[in-house]
Design a protein around this ligand. Sequence first.
Ligand code: TYD
Length: 137
Amino acid sequence: MEVKIIELPKILDPRGNLSFLESGNHIPFEIRRTYWIYDVPGGEIRGGHAFKEQNEFIIVLSGSLDIIVFDGKKEKRFSLNRSYYGLYIPSGLWRHMENFATNTLALVVSSTSFNENDYIRDKDEFLKLRLDEKDRI
Ligand code: TYD
């Protein structure tokens, strides 16, 4: 499955809106871990790496940021600024986040438990691994 924006259910209510997601239903994997990114100083960049196994879904619960996804040849920028959709990123893609607005809160749901061995942090290594693969984005 390719990288894509997934819209989540949105229950509109005069008391305030509500959105939700279910493991394996609204997103195409079972959730093993959730983490969040917050208090990011202006101008910072996070998440410059790829994962061998991890699939993830990133929702910007508050504020805004850009996610740049790179398949080894092409890159795509996704600007996220609503809490009722997120970006699904399958394994094997290089991604980073930038352009965080003040007080942005980003929730990441992941298909794997934390495992440093799942990271590809070296861009040259990533590019080597991507050589025989077709375009993904
Ligand atoms: P990292 O994923 O490298 O952050 P970024 O994607 O923004 O570069 O994580 C930063 C540090 O936090 C790293 O030392 C690993 C640790 N960490 C955990 O221990 N558990 C987790 O679930 C995550 C996401 C990170």
